[in-house]
Design a binder for this molecule. Structure first.
Ligand SMILES: [Zn+2]
Ligand SMILES: [Zn+2]
Length: 180
């Protein structure tokens, strides 16, 4: 939500927005569907737009894990999870709370890569699918955890329910113990 009196309004006009012309944004109908390519650009532009007011870097759409994506294409309730993990505002609240650092291995992109890594992190949705029902409202602090892309991929090695953060931490610790 934006406050139009204080904040600039997001617009689909502009020289880089040719793709938006494919959609009639002011239809005389209650709902329209947007082609995937347009929705994708809209999502990215919206996140960029929000970023202007937000120090937490949200553009981490390289964060799509291929297998996860394939898996998520099936049922509508799992698609929602993907949306939460990519939702700019939810991500921002989660990262402000926990820091842009992996909850499992502690990896911090800012520390390792300096400026280009500052604020980069994936966000993982920890609430089990089985607990998500109609009317479920995401709580970014209880339901999301920042994780590095490697640990994120490992969480989703278990399907349909991913490993819990604690389970994966235990696996990682056991491997570290073994190595020593
Ligand atoms: Zn990690
Ligand atoms: Zn995830």
């Amino acid at each position: 939500m934006l406050d139009p009196e204080q904040e600039p309004i997001f617009t689909v006009d502009g020289p880089n927005n040719k793709v938006y012309e494919r959609v009639n944004w002011t239809p005389q109908a209650s709902g329209i569907s947007i082609p995937d390519e347009v929705a994708e650009k809209l999502e990215i532009d919206w996140a960029k737009f929000l970023n202007r007011h937000d120090p937490v870097r949200n553009i981490t759409y390289a964060d799509e894990i291929d297998e996860e994506k394939t898996f998520l294409e099936g049922a509508s309730k799992t698609v929602k999870i993907n949306i939460y993990e990519r939702n700019a505002e939810a991500r921002s609240i989660c990262i402000k709370k926990y820091g842009a650092r992996c909850s499992i291995c502690g990896f911090d992109f800012g520390k390792q890569f300096g400026e280009i890594g500052q604020g980069f992190i994936h966000v993982h949705h920890i609430t089990p699918l089985s607990m998500i029902c109609k009317g479920y409202i995401l709580n970014p602090i209880d339901d999301l955890r920042p994780v590095c892309p490697n640990c994120h991929a490992m969480l989703h090695q278990k399907r349909p329910e991913p490993y819990t953060v604690e389970e994966l931490k235990t696996i990682l610790m056991q491997m570290i113990d073994k190595a020593n």
